[in-house]
Design a protein around this ligand. Sequence first.
Ligand code: 3HC
Length: 667
Amino acid sequence: MSVVSTTVEDGVAVLTMDNPPVNSGNAAMRSGLADALDSIAAREDIRAVVIASANKHFYAGSDISEFDRPLVDPQLPAVIERIETLTVPVVAAITGLALGGGFELALGCDARIADTTAAVGFPEVTLGILPGAGGTVRGARLVGVPAAIDLVASARRVKADEALRLGLVDEVVESADLVHAATERAQQMQGKNRLRDRTAPAASVEEIDAARAIASKRARPNVLAAIEAVCRGVDIDASDALAEERLLFDSLRVGAESSNLRYLFFAKSAAAKALRTEAKAPAVSVVGIAGAGTMGAALARAFRARRYDVIVYDTNRQALDRVTANSDITVTDSIADLGKTGLIVDAVFEDMDVKKSLLTSLEPHLADDAVIVSNTSYLDLNEMASALDRPQRFAGLHFFNPPDRNPLVEVIRAGTTDGSTLAVLASIVAKLGKSPIPAGIGDGFVANRVYADYRSQVEFLVEEGASPAEVDAALVELGFAIGPFAVADMSGLDIAWARRKRLAPNRDPEQRYVTIADRLCEAGRLGKKTGAGWYAYPDGAKRGIPDEVAASIIDDARRDAGVAPRSIDGDEIRDRVQGSMVCAAASLVENGIAGRASDIDVAMTEGFAFPKWLGGPVRALALRDPSDVIDVLAVVHRSCPLSFASAEPATRGEMPELIGRILESVR
Ligand code: 3HC
């Protein structure tokens, strides 16, 4: 059966696309549309056409799983050309999402009617490509160059009301009336209204330059190409512009960046899918946050922004007052008030006794099916669960700073967590718009564990001779927005210092330990807030500058460790950082704390700003020549044989089996 069906009534043909789950445009969809349009072209009794959807979404873009191979004909531009060459008007009836190729299909129509659920946009640049079926050409002819630059380069979704204001759609109606309204519009239209025949609305050079300047900031090559395609396309013949756009699209589609970004798209899907269970999840509408500190307050904002009713509990009245300023969040100093909530997030002080005492005093107030999650970064969730009568309704939900903006969330199953609790969490993280990964119990779970090895490695590099500024610069060159030492100064060095002191008694003497950070803290250099850390911040400077004091603290530490400093180039810095993360990934997968190596790539790109266009640390190494990888792993192993034990075979010129396996899994 075709995924596109046609019904005809009163001379209007309604083509209904039905390709679940999201009506993405694959070969079957394109040939279904092409066949339906060809049949209409051959009939004389049809006066108008409506293209509609049987699903929640109109058409969520091309099926990107087809992008690794040559695309099968008919390709989307040829389908859209059929719409344009029909002599009768064609109206798109947009419900839900019309994204990428889906919106381009709608722009090929003669009018666009949306319902109130609709949102349109061009997400292509997030996949390393640009719109390839006329988005830059027809988009600019519809709304003008500045607005088209913004849409194409920002990849933002435009909801129905704004789409109407911008002229991206012609009318917005209630969902129940959508096909009827589109049919009426199609019947009333006098002939065709093709965007390709229009001249773009006028815009001044200043307006275009301003839009271009905003969109070009820190933009990847594909974004710059998209901006140029929009600008150039309005000055040349539409057919030439469409052909040029398609060529660019195809060359970007087969490139490494796009392939890595598609890999990440499916990695995120796989991580989210791993959380799904068959169990029923009671709907949660009221969320409690226990603890009104910085994290608790930010979590409250994150939940409120997604329309949860939020109650924040704390015994500290001043902290509660800070939460209520500028927000419609309820606060309370009575724990019993959390009884109304379906999910409670523990964001109290990171101390086992404090957490356990919260859990025992909280549980008696809750409904039996309420779920408690802890946002702990390091504490043992199984020990926390032991404080509860209903440990099956308890799990870890670990957010990353700043939790109202950082998309990463680890969903951690404790030994006793049941399936229905996981189902509640899967639906909550989806509603929050977060990128979840499943994680098991282990020190630092997944992301912080990988980050810890990355942090250790950058300190090894400094002890061996690189300056903090050299390390930061090398990693900015890799694609991080800011290097790890600048990040540490911004966050403050004291929390990690306190943790190191706490863990010191149990530290393995074989573990390589760099003392520089401790010495900086002992000298009162706790980061930007104290005017100095790894860098100095004279007179409240925004960006740190390398200074003599830090340099001499580093020299002392090297001397005491018996290290003769050498110069280390950017390639070695980048290799060792990525190699360390991959070793950590391998041990996390081996001991089951991470489900898949690709989850680590999701964690590092979503939560820790690892450059997405490289696909993540595991993918980046997996795409390199195996003999290079062995060399990288050998150097990483030598930097600390205990931490990077899994890389030992590389020192004998062999690919470590476990690492070889995880690299293979992400190719
Ligand atoms: N290609 C292939 N598979 C896709 C897909 C796509 N464009 N969009 C979604 N899927 C798959 C997902 O991988 C997932 O598969 P799974 O169930 O096996 O894990 C399933 O469809 C459902 O997707 P989600 O779980 O992501 O569903 P949500 O409801 O959370 O989100 C969505 C729906 C917002 C549409 C989201 O899937 C999305 O952002 N998709 C990508 C949209 C996009 O980027 N489109 C542009 C493609 S490029 C293009 O059109 C080129 C053109 O210019 C020529």
